[in-house]
Design a protein around this ligand. Structure first.
Ligand code: FAD
Ligand code: NAP
Length: 556
């Protein structure tokens, strides 16, 4: 496995120091947060565990990794020059292209000098006397900051099941979310893939073309819709760019913030032939557009069953062997787990060098030196890919020893599941912000506008605190409790909580079950704006003696 070499030009190692803000993570969120903090005239330091910027798009270099929101949408909008000048090449951008884009952003806005790579934040402790956060890192830094922003990502803490004998496997093994190396291939190898979620579905068709044999170990089949990816039509790019501000504004008002046409009618009230036509149209269009086919898809099981039936029909059309088609057909509600988007996934199971191994009733027993065993049978493998997902939404936050008022840890505060106000702040942790934290729409939206909205809201909030001579801001318990109840109530009225998804924390043994993202876009944005307009309603603002120091700051 090739090791990633550190580019010394990318680092700015200067252990120690006091900052206005420390930002953890240098993905889409951390990069933009740094840019905004600087724009306020504040000093900020970003710590990033990886050896490069890019977050998700730095780590996920598995073959076929790409986004499933169209390129013209999955990008920053804070700089019109940037969005006008950057040229996307495909309808859905690939991982290398998004990583190039984020490196371009880091260079263009001269962000690197305040980013310290190869540095994991280990602890963040709130010092009540000073009203500041003390941060310790894996590189030995001990810094302090008035504000601490967690830009640690919702899908950045990989999960590899604790299979017996894992350490004995003689060949290379990979996790899709920790693939920060290049140059490996699977040509002529016997490869085992564990998992069939969005990541696996993207690379299985590609690895199948290289491997001598590919074994796919499937516990739960997933619904996937063809992407119909291809070169981005230059005319489309020109048209969007000619009206970019309107395009972005329009999308912000749509459920999920994604440019999907949402049909207002019920699936059940639609005659079967018409319903079929609507589904066909969306299947042909590709990607996540199927989600908008009918208004009741995620509210009525009966309505959802019509989508189930449609997709099962598509699987039977694509897969020659009816037994394999049956095994590939999910029984869960469509979209209660994240809908996947693929290129040639189901068809891959027609290849003679691909075997689907059902591990739903007979789990993987053991990893051996030469492969793995299921039902006592050993599958001989040269390489194993773990496409087993993430400790989503809370994993990276809780890996950091975060201690707030009274020395209470975030782990204790969230023992029964994450509790936040608006997904950005938590009682007992003053001046600590979470970008796309649990309780915000985050993973149920196009994440880039959601990230930008959080970054801008946090920057405005910081400015408000400073301009009004406050030392700290923290939510009230009443506001937080009401918000958590609201998030749960909204989710409870849908079909989302009906399957064991990572949205619920159900993929992590022992994790408390709580539907973590907020199903309330776009109203959520208005709620955040209202809170700010009312002088940060639901927050307590704590007076401080730092007013003089901050009087010198730019106002605006
Ligand atoms: P990340 O990109 O996850 O960045 C967080 C960074 O924080 C990481 O670099 C991590 O190393 C760092 N970090 C974490 N903990 C620490 C620590 N203690 N110390 C230092 N650094 C730390 N979203 C969409 O909207 N559309 C898509 O099509 C889409 N596709 C995706 C495909 C894949 C394969 C994955 C995994 C996710 C996808 N997502 C998609 C979600 C994606 O994560 C977000 O869109 C976005 O990239 C998140 O940016 P971020 O900066 O919030 O977090
Ligand atoms: P995932 O959706 O959580 O899938 C993990 C897979 O591993 C599931 O099939 C799961 O089966 C299986 N698994 C876990 N433990 C197992 C075990 N012990 N034995 C057998 N199988 C096991 O993870 P992911 O595919 O990495 O995707 C995570 C999220 O990242 C996505 O939902 C999406 O939000 C994002 N993503 C997006 C794209 C994109 O197209 N833009 C691509 C990749 C990722 P069970 O279902 O039975 O638990």
């Amino acid at each position: 496995m090739a090791e990633v070499k550190l580019n010394p030009m990318e680092t700015n190692q200067e252990p120690g120091g006091d900052f206005d803000a420390v930002i953890v993570g240098a993905g889409f969120a951390g990069l933009y947060m740094l840019h905004r903090m600087r724009g306020l005239g504040l000093s900020a330091r970003v710590f990033e565990a990886g050896s490069g910027v890019g977050g998700t798009w730095f780590w996920n270099r598995y073959p076929g990794a790409r986004c499933d929101i169209e390129s013209m949408e999955y990008s920053y909008q804070f700089s019109d020059e940037l969005q006008q000048e950057w040229m996307w090449t495909e309808r859905y951008a690939s991982q290398p292209e998004i990583l190039r884009y984020l490196n371009h952003v880091a260079d263009r806005f001269e962000l690197r000098r305040d980013i310290q790579l190869n540095t994991r934040v280990l602890t963040a402790t709130f010092n009540e006397t000073a009203g500041r956060w003390s941060i310790e890192t894996s590189a030995g830094d001990q810094v302090s900051a008035q504000f601490c922003v967690m830009a640690t990502g919702c899908l950045s803490s990989t999960k590899t099941p604790n299979f017996k004998g894992r350490e004995h496997f003689a060949g290379p093994s990979y996790h899709t979310g920790n693939w920060a190396h290049e140059g490996d291939d699977f040509i002529g190898k016997r490869v085992g893939v564990i998992g069939t979620g969005s990541s696996a579905i993207q690379f299985i068709p590609l690895i199948a073309q290289q491997a001598s044999h590919l074994f796919v170990f499937q516990r739960t089949p997933a619904y996937t819709i063809p992407a119909h990816n291809g070169p981005l039509n230059p005319e489309v790019q020109r048209e969007v760019k000619a009206n970019y501000a309107n395009f972005r504004a329009h999308n912000k008002l749509l459920p999920s913030g994604i440019n999907i046409r949402h049909n207002e009618v019920s699936a059940l009230a639609t005659p079967p032939e018409e319903r079929q036509r609507e589904y066909e149209k969306r299947w042909e269009h590709g990607g996540l557009s199927l989600l908008g086919a009918f208004a009741d898809l995620l509210f009525s099981k009966e309505a959802n069953d019509t989508a189930v039936e449609f997709i099962h029909g598509k699987i039977r059309e694509a897969v020659h062997d009816p037994n394999i088609a049956e095994k590939l057909s999910p029984r869960t509600v469509v979209a209660c787990k994240r809908l996947c988007v693929d290129t040639g996934y189901y068809q891959t199971f027609n290849r003679s060098n691909v075997t689907l191994v059902d591990v739903s009733s007979s789990p993987i027993e053991e990893i051996t030196e030469h492969g793995l065993t299921v039902k006592g049978k050993e599958y001989e493998l040269d390489a194993i890919v773990f496409a087993t997902g993430y400790d989503a939404m809370t994993g990276s936050l809780l890996k950091i020893n975060i201690r707030g008022k009274g020395g209470r840890s975030l782990k204790e505060a969230w023992a029964e599941g994450p509790r936040t106000y608006l997904g950005v702040a938590t009682v007992g942790f003053p001046n600590l912000f979470t970008i796309t934290g649990p309780g915000s729409p985050s993973v149920l939206t196009n994440m880039i506008p959601s990230i930008e909205q959080h970054v801008e809201w946090i920057a405005d909030c910081v400015l408000y605190v400073l301009n009004h001579g406050f030392a700290c801001i923290e939510p009230t318990l009443a506001a937080q409790d009401a918000w958590v109840n609201h998030v749960n109530e909204v989710a409870g009225a849908t079909l989302y909580p009906t399957c064991n998804s990572w949205y619920l924390g159900a993929n992590i043994p022992g994790k408390s079950r709580m539907f973590m993202p907020y199903l309330g876009f776009p109203q959520y944005v208005q709620k955040c704006d209202d809170v700010a307009a009312k002088g940060y309603e639901g927050f307590v603002l704590i007076p401080g003696n730092d007013a003089e120091r901050h009087a010198a700051l730019p106002r605006g």
